[in-house]
Design a binder for this molecule. Structure first.
Ligand SMILES: Nc1ncnc2c1ncn2[C@@H]1O[C@H](COP(=O)(O)OP(=O)(O)OP(=O)(O)O)[C@@H](O)[C@H]1O
Length: 340
């Protein structure tokens, strides 16, 4: 559906050339929710703006469906943007227009007759849960409601692709989850392909199927979301996963744990899916007659699986540890020894 091929974007400024996107390649399948995550300045906004031709690549190709975005004429591109629409962090609504008029605006530009526009607006208002608010102005709405208007407006021309530029970054956690649920609903109902950029791993975990991690303009890691959470390889991915799990408290208490149990090793067991509920660890620990102190645990849900980890302090010699690791590996439970 979307094919990004060796795309580079260099901004030429008076003082220097800035390489915002550096040789990025990625594919997004039809119906997928694909996330791009990175810290500030990683190149996410530039990358997503390349998807709909708001920026043109310095080299490489952006292909959406049958069209090579990077070599389209301006009028063709304007037309294409009706099918590759976008929502924004600060909503970009027209403040002097009501909810209904905002949603109707792209249809007016596309020359859709009034009757048809009204019908479409009504459908969209219902779809995004804003019935009764049609005549309100944006200033009368909460942040979450404003983004619902942004989403309805973006859907008015029945796009194939929805680009989300930090769409929940201005929202509180509860409203973020409501808007994310809405994105999943419209993906399912309209068979949309969604590409979102974010700096919040929670957003990736909650709704994305696959994600790419960016640093300094490059994609440093990409894969199915569960894989990124379970087995992050790049240091940036590890930081994002750690922030999401938020085990700072555990990290702080490790020193105390070492004082309390000087001969113990601190282990982290990692689980996924059904294993996260089964008593595998308890069975294996019993079998080797080990004493175990549970330090902390956490189970999180991705869009379709649960995964989790358990930190324990355990008095175990190296030989037994190897056997324990092998046995747990047979049950898809990973074991990591935390640094002493
Ligand atoms: N129009 C521009 N002219 C010059 N440099 C730019 C331009 N747009 C972006 N940059 C630079 O490109 C780099 C990547 O910026 P970009 O906004 O794409 O990153 P980002 O990951 O989206 O960060 P943020 O979340 O802070 O927006 C930065 O160094 C930025 O200063």
């Amino acid at each position: 559906m979307i094919d990004i091929r060796n795309v580079t974007k260099i901004f030429k400024t008076k003082s220097a050339d800035i390489q915002a996107v550096d040789d990025v390649s990625m594919n997004v399948s039809q119906g997928e929710i694909f996330g791009v995550i990175g810290y500030s300045g990683a190149g996410k906004s530039t990358l997503i703006r390349l998807f709909n031709g708001l920026e043109m690549p310095s080299s490489g190709d952006v292909v959406i469906g049958e069209d090579v975005i990077s070599s389209m004429s301006k009028p063709a591109l304007r037309k294409k943007r009706q099918k590759v629409s976008m929502i924004f962090q600060h909503f970009n609504l027209l403040w002097s227009r009501t909810v209904a008029e905002n949603i109707s605006f792209p249809l007016e530009i596309a020359g859709v007759p009034k009757k048809e526009r009204q019908k479409k607006v009504k459908e969209l208002v219902e779809l995004v849960g804003l019935s009764g608010r049609e005549d309100n102005y944006p200033s009368q709405l909460s942040g979450g409601q404003k983004q619902r208007v942004g989403i309805a407006r973006a859907l008015s021309n029945e796009p194939k692709v929805l680009l989300c530029d930090e769409a929940t970054s201005a929202l509180d956690p509860e409203t973020t989850d409501e808007v994310l649920d809405l994105l999943v609903k419209i993906r399912d109902e309209m068979n949309l392909t969604i590409v979102l950029i974010t700096h919040e791993m929670h957003v990736i975990r909650k709704i994305c199927d696959r994600a790419a991690v960016m640093e300094n303009g490059r994609v440093v890691e990409t894969g199915p979301v569960l894989k990124l959470f379970q087995n992050p390889e790049h240091s940036v991915t590890k930081r994002f996963v750690k922030d999401d799990i938020n085990d700072e408290e555990t990290a702080l208490s490790f020193d105390e744990v070492r004082e309390l149990f000087p001969t113990s090793k601190i282990l982290k067991f990692g689980f996924v899916g059904s294993q996260s509920k089964a008593p595998i660890v308890s069975q294996v620990v019993k079998k080797y007659d080990l004493d175990l102190n549970i330090l902390s645990g956490n189970i999180k849900r991705t869009n379709n699986e649960s995964y989790g980890h358990l930190f324990v302090a355990i008095d175990v010699d190296d030989g037994t540890l190897q056997r324990l690791k092998a046995e747990l590996a047979d049950h898809d439970v990973t074991v990591e020894v935390e640094d002493q």
